[in-house]
Design a protein around this ligand. Structure first.
Ligand code: FMN
Length: 382
């Protein structure tokens, strides 16, 4: 039995059986990873193993700027946009819509396409040139019914030949590194999952992200990390693991336990965007720009203080980059996820939901943090 299979077995019952202390995670672990061997559209190689996830309504320029402020200085990372409809992109002023606007210097962006029609994908890719993407991703993971009925998102995983055609066509349309973000699929069938992932590789995907949950589970239950190890073992291309990362040690454990080439963080980044800094610290990388000489927040008190700071930065970015009526909905969504790790966070989120505009919400935030607050490392995630 090879090492990856042993890991699958040890992980089969719980994601939590592997302790970080069991593994030696060093920068060399990532620099030899397959993802670090790819060259992206900006001519750069990625030298940081955490990928910021696509999240509808969240992975916009304001939040990405917050995440960027926590990236170790001098590294090259990958950040996704939220999913972008190939039905809408061709008619949009890309670079100026709330979903596609970018900040100066965002040369590491992976726009994620939602769709399956070659003609629309072609037009979307043309439009996306305006924001100079580093790569392109195809969404094969979105589980919601209004997406499934168009045969987009994870529905594509139900028809391997059709999905193959979508990837082959997209491959022909762009020279940029092409990736697919996928789930376990519509059913829990690891052999089909491996066949599907191998099909993506043969059809021209340069790398994939696997969120190992089936469609029906949306984000419920636990992500089955053993499938990440299994798929990684079966492919030549890089495999980024995704699912249930909450704190620094989860990133290190997932990488050590599955051999994945990178780790994608979604929900926890709304609570703890400094997880990028924390992992950087574990890899002996520099602190973020402007935070020289500081350690990443770690204790519940330090994290509580940092959350206040990050939330204020998020509000400032919203004010600077979005129209007034676009600001509050984005703050509400950010808090709807992030508050779960914050003590009394539910109170804050509820109060902000009642505010008429961002400036009222900022007053609520100031009052809330007038007394020091703490954060917990983990939450039920449900
Ligand atoms: C609010 C929200 C929106 C999401 N939108 C997208 C999306 O647009 N595209 C996508 O591929 N996944 C999307 N996801 C899924 C995440 O990228 C990720 O796969 C999932 O949340 C599991 O990772 P996590 O445990 O780190 O949260 C979304 C998740 C959330 C919570």
């Amino acid at each position: 039995m090879n090492a990856d299979l042993q890991i699958q077995e040890s992980l089969a019952h719980s994601n939590l059986e592997v302790r970080t202390s069991d593994f030696d995670i060093r920068p060399s672990h990532f620099s030899s990873s397959r993802l670090a061997q790819l060259t992206f559209g900006n001519g750069k190689r990625v030298d940081f193993p955490i990928v910021f996830a696509p999240m509808a309504g969240l992975s916009h320029v304001a939040f990405r700027q917050v995440v960027r402020s926590y990236l170790p200085a001098g590294i090259s990372a990958l950040l996704f946009t939220e999913m972008l409809s190939t039905r809408l992109l061709p008619g949009e002023d890309v670079g100026h819509t709330p979903q596609t606007q970018v900040a100066p210097g965002e040369e590491d962006l992976i726009p994620q396409l939602l769709g399956n029609d070659e003609r629309l994908i072609a037009k979307s890719l043309e439009k996306l040139q305006a924001i100079r993407p580093a790569g392109i991703d195809i969404n094969m993971g979105c589980p919601v019914s209004k997406v499934l009925k168009h045969n987009w998102g994870v529905a594509l995983m139900g028809d391997i030949r059709y999905a193959e055609q979508v990837v082959r066509q997209t491959r022909q349309l762009t020279p940029l590194p092409l990736s697919v973000k996928m789930r376990t699929g519509l059913t829990d069938d690891p052999e089909y999952l491996v066949d599907f992932a191998q099909m993506l590789q043969e059809a021209g995907a340069d790398w994939i992200t696997l969120h190992p949950r089936i469609q029906a589970n949306h984000r419920k239950g636990s992500a089955n990390w053993s499938y990440i190890a299994r798929v990684r073992d079966a492919l030549r291309i890089p495999v980024v693991g995704n699912g249930d990362i909450q704190e620094r040690d989860d990133v290190l454990r997932m990488q050590a336990a599955t051999g994945c080439d990178g780790v994608m963080v979604a929900r926890a980044s709304t609570a703890r965007p400094w997880i990028f800094w924390q992992v950087g610290e574990s890899l002996d990388l520099s602190p973020p720009l402007g935070r020289e000489g500081e350690r990443a927040p770690q204790t519940p008190n330090e994290e509580g203080r940092e959350y206040c700071r990050a939330l204020n930065q998020f509000c400032e970015e919203l004010e600077q980059r979005f129209l007034p009526d676009q600001q509050l909905p984005r703050l509400r969504l950010f808090l709807a996820w992030g508050h779960k790790w914050l003590f009394f966070g539910h109170y804050l989120s509820t109060r902000v939901n009642r505010c008429p505009d961002l400036s009222a919400a900022r007053k609520v935030i100031d009052d809330f943090f007038a007394e020091a607050k703490t954060m917990q490392p983990r939450t039920s995630l449900q």
